[in-house]
Design a protein around this ligand. Structure first.
Ligand SMILES: [Zn+2]
Length: 250
């Protein structure tokens, strides 16, 4: 049972199950009928761009095939990120943006299992124990607006595919930050700097541990780096991250 299911009353959960049995499965991108829950039609599937090929071993950005597989991209060489390894399943494009927005704002949680499968496939080594899965938190106001944290749903679904525990309360967002959408790289970093906190009661849990941050989209890496800075300052040993999609500079 996922977190959305848990938030429903028993009667509405039963009604939800009845509807699932009676109504046909619908594509996460619209109203088209598909073969099963979470499935997409073939044309949409072909348009999705999965990250494959050579990547920077730190931030996960695509790099030329000719580079040494252990190489870092120029950005990570000049300024090593606080997140040791980031891996993502999809390139953030118009189509994957619509897919994620329908999940995030449209209450379309029926695709969580599919998304978690893509993320697990993109980062099998990061999901090997030991480690703890920690979703990037929403501020309480945003959480109340949206009714759920999409990153926590993904983290919970990933935990069922590996032997890492899902700990959704290890990080809290202590201040509401304006949207990152219109900000430059430096503006994004300033916007989220110091925004995250590890509550005292979780300090012993993360001490000396490897943490795997889970988020829906990596844009500049500023949010993941701010989370990592807080976790490392609180005693974690290493921070990795898995996101469903990432922005790729062409
Ligand atoms: Zn890099």
């Amino acid at each position: 049972m996922n977190r959305i299911d848990r938030s429903l009353t028993p009667l509405s959960r039963l009604w939800h199950k009845v509807l699932q049995q009676v109504l046909p499965a619908v594509s996460p991108l619209g109203l088209g009928v598909v073969s099963s829950t979470g499935a997409m039609d073939a044309a949409q599937w072909r348009e999705l761009e999965f990250l494959s090929g050579a990547i920077c071993q730190a931030c996960g950005a695509p790099v030329p095939q000719s580079l040494d597989p252990q190489n870092l991209c120029l950005s990570c060489e000049s300024r090593p990120p606080k997140v040791a390894r980031t891996r993502s399943a999809l390139v953030y494009s118009d189509l994957s943006k619509r897919l994620i927005l329908s999940f995030k704002h449209g209450g379309r949680a029926d695709s969580i299992e599919v998304f978690a499968n893509w993320m697990a496939h993109a980062a099998p080594d990061l999901l090997q124990p030991p480690g703890i899965l920690v979703p990037v938190p929403l501020h309480l106001f945003r959480r109340m607006q949206r009714k759920f944290n999409q990153s926590a749903l993904l983290s919970n679904a990933l935990a069922s595919r590996c032997n890492l525990t899902h700990e959704p309360l290890v990080l809290v967002r202590r201040r509401h930050t304006p949207s990152q959408a219109q900000k430059s790289g430096k503006g994004r970093a300033r916007n989220v700097s110091g925004a995250f906190l590890v509550p005292d009661k979780y300090l012993s849990l993360i001490k000396g541990q490897r943490i795997v941050l889970i988020d829906d989209v990596r844009t500049s890496g500023a949010t993941l780096d701010a989370c990592a800075a807080s976790l490392l300052a609180s005693g974690a040993a290493q921070i990795d991250a898995i996101t469903l999609a990432r922005v790729v500079k062409r």
